[in-house]
Design a protein around this ligand. Structure first.
Ligand code: C5P
Length: 238
């Protein structure tokens, strides 16, 4: 889990995924399956990718009443995924029930999937957060509050931007996972993300793992781009 570069498979269907993965030869990858792909292909896509030896981050960002989230997590644990998430905004009880559900759904001898909380989406700016969510705190304070709540609920870490990773580690300990999306190389387009960072910056900030989508998936040579970003992330190349 730690030091992983997770590729976001933001594709509409299995054919597109297979076309993309065929460019990676037999490389074992850490792949993120999000809502778009999961809602199109269902749990089968996760099973197929696991059978090929890939690790899976199932990014469904659950947010509902505690009972519903707990029961849903019990089902998801049976897919033997490696990482899954909920919105911290769902509250401490919801997160506790999510964790209990995951534990209940993990068969004996298997490892429970890591569970992390989404703090503020990396597509949210401070201005937007204050205006739309009526939060008067700064974005960083809001992220830190959600991160503390996530830890109190017993979760393994959070999704946050690289800009908050260092402070979260300082506050909640180096073992608490920070998974950071919104990653771009200097030459990439920003897209709809607001709090973007390079792989090297994320590393400096102590991020546990980075999530990269369009920078790799939209590149004409995704394998090369993956290798380049992985070396930057691993600190081989600045
Ligand atoms: O294409 P890009 O690199 O921006 O993709 C980032 C991925 O990370 C997307 O799949 C997005 O859903 C996900 N993500 C995010 N911010 C979060 C949690 C997940 O951007 N807080």
């Amino acid at each position: 889990m730690k030091n992983s570069l997770i590729i976001a498979l933001d594709f509409t269907g299995k054919e597109e995924v297979n076309r993309f993965l065929s460019k990676f030869n037999d490389e074992q990858l850490f792949l993120k399956v999000g809502m778009e792909l999961f809602y199109q292909e269902g749990p089968r896509i996760v099973q197929e990718l696991k059978e090929k030896g890939h690790q899976i981050f199932l990014d469904l960002k659950l947010h509902d009443i505690p009972n519903t989230v707990g029961k849903a997590m019990e089902r998801l644990a049976r897919l033997q995924i490696d990482l899954v998430n909920v919105h911290a905004a769902g509250g401490k009880e919801m997160m506790e029930r999510a964790l209990a559900g995951l534990e209940a759904g993990t068969s004996s001898g298997q490892k429970r999937p890591h569970l992390i909380g989404v703090t503020q989406l990396t597509s949210t700016s401070e201005e937007q957060m204050q205006k739309e969510q009526l939060i008067t705190a700064s974005l960083k304070e809001s992220v830190l509050q959600y991160a503390s709540l996530t830890k109190e609920a017993g979760l393994d870490g959070v999704v946050c931007s690289a800009y908050e990773s260092e402070e979260i580690k300082k506050l909640l300990g180096s073992e608490f996972l920070t998974v950071t999306p919104g990653i771009r190389t200097a030459a990439d387009e920003q897209g709809d993300q607001k709090r973007i960072a390079t792989p090297a910056f994320a590393k400096e900030a102590g991020a546990s793992a980075i999530v990269v989508g369009r920078s790799i998936t939209n590149d004409p040579n995704p394998l090369e781009k993956y290798k380049q970003m992985k070396s930057q992330w691993e600190g081989v190349l600045q």
